[in-house]
Design a protein around this ligand. Structure first.
Ligand code: ADP
Ligand code: MG
Length: 610
């Protein structure tokens, strides 16, 4: 075949694939156009797997003389110079969306400007434009798309089921509605209205609508021309996938793995494996710090300094989380308020997340129901503000058989939570059985001790006060030359975490001292983990970011094992140790430390009460 130029229609069809690969992309483009036009109300209707779409807005409209042009490729009212894209205040700038969509569908656009007496419309059947004619429409613009991809059958083949495509469309609209919180959205799936946003004046309010819950927290941080705003739910309200981690950069919804991992990192020690938080995060950076034009669908961005963004997101969230009320509720059991503000000044919150659960009162609940005692559920059970608030009588006088406990309760009431329990014994050499006036509690001895060690070492690390035990017989380790060099390069940091070693050959070291709380095996594990991670990320490795993980490793491998027999005093000591630090209701990997069985629940199960 000799070389020849493709005709315009073919070029448009090919190009359309980049911008509108699937219906949800198209909806995003049309909603972006509506927002760029200054609309305050947007209505979206979709059907037939997203192959029929209508988007109507009340924005500023398009002049009749420009209607035909709007459908041409590279026609835009939003930029005129390349430089303009660095100083953009609109979503659009490529002038491609309408051209692409109208090339692959039966397309119609009707528009009326505020001062115009009538509306005008133009149609395009798979790229064949009609003339402009007058018609009726309230001020604004309506775009109607049908038979999407009819002339490019391969694209239809790539579409998934209608319900899947519809769910993608809804996800896109939710994202647009979240970040454009002042705009009202009404959305129809076929004839059925699937959602309508109530008016909102803040991102937080819109997030409350999206999450269907009042109990959201927000934090904002400004520095260096960066502006980070995050809205999140407590680590008790979690998801099984990442679909409720919403990331925006310059008000654009982006799919950015780096930011997502910064979010996960901040939540890490509060979540279990397979759990994801509910978070909305919006980052506004200096305009020359981020390139939004690296992908035709504009769903990806490129930062000048990725690490900086990672740190900013991580630290903002981590700080907010470390002063959240979930922590307070554990440290201060007498806490009754349901309107606690997070102490940090730049943090605002509507209310304490309520972690009550109906399960203890549920008639369907069954001891054998695996769902009932899933970790996820237990997480929500313990510890609830209500649990503490409902308590009428000081527990010590009612329950505790131990004089020591009564004493310490009187003197240091606020710091006692776990010590209020009477230890009954150990079952399966793994769980400590205890009780108070209201319930029986099983404590996982490994998870509990792991959490204690984790908090203890982390605190000592932060205060620079890690206790060191000198090893009588130093442990020698044979490694590779590069690995020894890596360790030497980070000797100062390792020393700070309590690991003292010296080089004994080009490819060997010996460990001289380790943290007091730790078993040798834990340290060996940590060194291997450190080497693996540092090697895999090489230059950008930041020890500080990994400290929590290392401490979790140390704690895990040094904690009391399951299957280890404990004496009464060892068990009591463990509960006392658990009162030392907050957050001891999860192990560092996020597994629950305890399960609760209220006596009410037992009575019900045994048929003593209804
Ligand atoms: P871009 O948004 O990148 O400029 P589009 O192809 O999406 O390119 O739109 C082309 C032009 O049509 C826009 O620049 C805008 O002037 C106009 N336009 C599109 N949709 C609307 C709308 N809903 N309201 C007003 N003007 C619109
Ligand atoms: Mg556009």
């Amino acid at each position: 075949m000799s070389i020849s130029y493709l005709n315009k229609q073919v070029i448009d069809q090919i190009a359309a694939g980049e911008v509108v690969e699937r219906p949800s992309h198209l909806v995003k483009e049309l909603v972006e156009n509506a927002i760029d036009a200054g609309s305050t109300k947007i209505e979206v209707r979709f059907d037939n797997g997203g192959r029929d779409i209508v988007v109507q807005d009340n924005g500023k409209g398009i002049a009749p003389t420009e209607l035909a042009m709007a459908l041409d490729r590279h026609s835009t009212s939003k930029i005129s110079e390349y430089e303009d894209i660095w100083n953009l205040s609109s979503y659009g700038f490529r002038g491609e969306a309408l051209a692409s969509i109208s090339a692959v569908s039966d397309f119609e656009i009707i528009s009326r400007q505020p001062e115009a007496p009538t509306a005008h419309k133009i149609q395009s059947k798979f790229g064949e434009k009609s003339d402009v004619s007058t018609t009726q429409l309230p001020v604004g613009t309506l775009v109607r798309v049908s038979q999407l991809f009819e002339n490019t059958p391969v694209r239809i083949k790539f579409l998934k089921t209608a319900s899947y495509e519809h769910s993608l469309i809804k996800q896109v609209i939710k994202a647009m509605a979240l970040i454009n919180y002042k705009v009202e959205f009404k959305v129809f799936d076929g004839q059925k209205m699937v959602f309508q946003t109530p008016g909102a004046t803040t991102l937080k309010e819109r997030a409350q609508w999206l999450f269907g819950d009042e109990k959201v927290f927000s934090v904002a941080k400004q520095s260096d021309g960066f502006d980070v705003e995050a809205v999140f739910m407590s680590p008790y309200d979690v998801e099984k996938n990442s679909k409720n981690i919403w990331v925006f950069v310059q008000n654009r919804w982006v799919q950015d793995k780096m930011i997502q991992s910064a979010v996960m990192e901040a939540f890490k020690n509060l979540l279990m494996h397979g759990e994801y938080p509910r978070v909305v995060i919006n980052i506004n950076c200096p305009k020359d710090f981020v390139d939004i034009n690296i992908h035709p669908a504009k769903s990806q961005v490129k930062f000048t300094d990725t690490q900086k963004v990672f740190r900013l997101v991580y630290h903002t969230l981590e700080k907010a989380l470390s002063s959240g009320p979930w922590k307070e509720m554990v440290t201060n059991p007498s806490h009754e308020s349901t309107t606690t503000e997070i102490a940090t000044s730049d943090l605002s919150t509507s209310s304490v997340p309520s972690m009550t659960t109906p399960v203890h009162h549920s008639t369907q609940s069954s001891f054998r129901d695996p769902q009932l005692f899933s970790a996820q559920f237990q997480k929500k059970v313990f510890p609830t503000p209500h649990l503490f608030a409902d308590r009428q009588v000081p527990i010590a006088t009612e329950v505790s058989k131990s004089a020591a406990v009564v004493n310490s309760l009187q003197t240091e009431k606020a710091d006692i939570y776990w010590q209020q329990y009477q230890v009954i014994g150990q079952v399966d050499l793994t769980y400590i059985v205890c009780q108070n006036a209201e319930k029986m509690v099983l404590v996982d001895q490994h998870a509990a001790h792991e959490r204690v060690l984790f908090e203890r070492i982390l605190n000592q690390y932060k205060n620079g006060s890690i206790g060191i035990q000198k090893l009588l017989i130093p442990i020698s380790m044979d490694l590779e030359v590069d690995q020894v060099e890596l360790l030497l390069k980070n000797q100062e940091q390792l020393d700070k975490i309590g690991i003292q070693f010296e080089q004994t050959g080009p490819a060997s070291i010996c460990i001289l001292g380790i943290p007091t709380e730790i078993k040798e095996y834990g340290v060996l594990k940590l060194i291997h983990q450190f080497i693996n991670e540092a090697e895999s990320v090489s230059t950008s490795y930041v020890f500080e970011n990994r400290v929590k993980d290392f401490v979790a490793t140390l704690a895990c491998h040094s904690a009391i094992r399951a299957g280890q027999s404990l004496s009464q005093s060892e068990m009591e000591k463990l509960l006392a140790d658990m009162d030392e630090h907050p957050l001891s209701s999860f192990c560092p990997h996020g597994r629950p430390v305890n399960l609760e069985f209220s006596f009410k629940y037992l009575e019900k199960e045994f048929g003593r009460i209804n």
